[in-house]
Design a protein around this ligand. Structure first.
Ligand SMILES: C[S@@+](CC[C@H](N)C(=O)[O-])C[C@H]1O[C@@H](n2cnc3c(N)ncnc32)[C@H](O)[C@@H]1O
Length: 309
């Protein structure tokens, strides 16, 4: 373990008090959980592809140990544990609150004995994860200050023949029609453009082409696959809560960076009790694009190590 890494087994009960305000993380936790719920079918499709790829691997190695980098509340962790029934997962995140939430979910889902959480800043020294079969990094690499280094560490964490999956979303999803009936038509497109300029300053690696970085880190068999998610009404109530969480976060990020009339429209949309709340709209859709990069650490059988005396 790195000097600053804290490890918990999800089966242990958390005794620390829950601070509902710290860094707004309960809000982030809700958003991540809702995203996992709304994009459930998409996640199932992606983990299915990973199952095919791991079954195709030269050594046909079963997936027993999974590492979820920047796990948040465990959306990826739990989707992978569902898919790989014999596997255990290590969920790593810098946020103790999100990991605490993840451990609670693991207990609710009855998989606490298959999940270990590690609190670690992946921009600092990495803990020794001891050879895993599958590394999953969803919406996480663009947060790293040095993604090249993070990918080299991910490569080192994989056992030979292991697989890496990098999942990134192309901007925030669209939920609303062009003309909402309030404010100026085209709100979401304008907000996304404004948000893109905020992100360009704060997260320069967002939207990167990860393929060349994977090769540089030593991976082979890189493949890039785009996924278009399009969910159309009628949709479950979680969609409204997800839209509210995403638009609420957008509203905060755009404070002072979008026109006042657009900010007022966003305020009306995220006001749970107001007449224009997204919670009450029956025309919400979810349109988003995600890209999944997969790459492999070369198996020993065709590597140089085998030939050494
Ligand atoms: C967009 S969220 C994605 C969460 C999760 N992978 C999912 O798909 O729902 C990004 C996550 O990366 C974590 N993160 C950001 N920077 C990190 C760092 N330097 N070390 C470890 N975790 C980090 C955040 O705490 C957050 O949980």
């Amino acid at each position: 373990m790195a000097p600053h890494a804290h490890e918990h087994h999800a089966a242990e009960h958390d005794t620390s008090a829950h601070d509902a305000s710290e860094h707004g993380e309960p809000f982030v936790a809700e958003l991540l959980d809702l995203e996992g719920e709304v994009l459930h079918a998409h996640l199932t499709e992606v983990t299915g592809r990973l199952a095919d790829l791991t079954a195709e691997s030269a050594e046909d190695r079963p997936v027993r140990r999974i590492l979820d980098l920047g796990s948040g509340t465990g959306t990826g962790t739990f989707a992978l544990l569902r898919r790989f029934e014999d596997a255990e997962a290590i969920a790593v995140d810098a946020s103790p609150r999100l990991l605490q939430h993840l451990r609670g979910r693991a207990r609710e889902l009855g998989v606490a004995d298959r999940v270990r959480t590690v609190e670690a800043d992946l921009d600092a020294a990495w803990p020794d994860f001891g050879g895993v079969d599958l590394v999953w990094a969803a919406g996480a690499l663009h947060h790293m200050s040095d993604p090249d280094r993070a990918l080299r560490e991910a490569f080192a964490a994989l056992a030979p023949g292991g697989l890496l999956a990098v999942i990134e979303m192309a901007g925030v999803p669209y939920f609303l029609p062009h003309d909402l009936g309030i404010g100026r038509p085209g709100l979401e497109a304008r907000c996304r453009a404004a948000l893109a300029s905020v992100h360009a300053e704060t997260m320069p690696h967002l939207g990167a082409d990860w393929g060349p970085l994977l090769s540089r880190a030593g991976f082979t068999d890189e493949a890039e696959r785009p996924y278009t998610v399009e969910l159309v009404p009628p949709l479950p109530a979680a969609t409204g809560r997800y839209a509210r969480a995403v638009l609420g976060r957008m509203r905060t990020a755009l404070d002072g960076r979008a026109d006042a009339d657009d900010l007022a429209t966003l305020d009306a949309l995220i006001d749970s009790d107001g007449p224009h709340s997204v919670l009450h709209r029956d025309d919400l859709a979810v349109r988003t694009e995600r890209t999944v990069w997969t790459a492999r650490r070369q198996p020993l059988a065709v590597g140089r190590e085998r030939r050494q005396p």
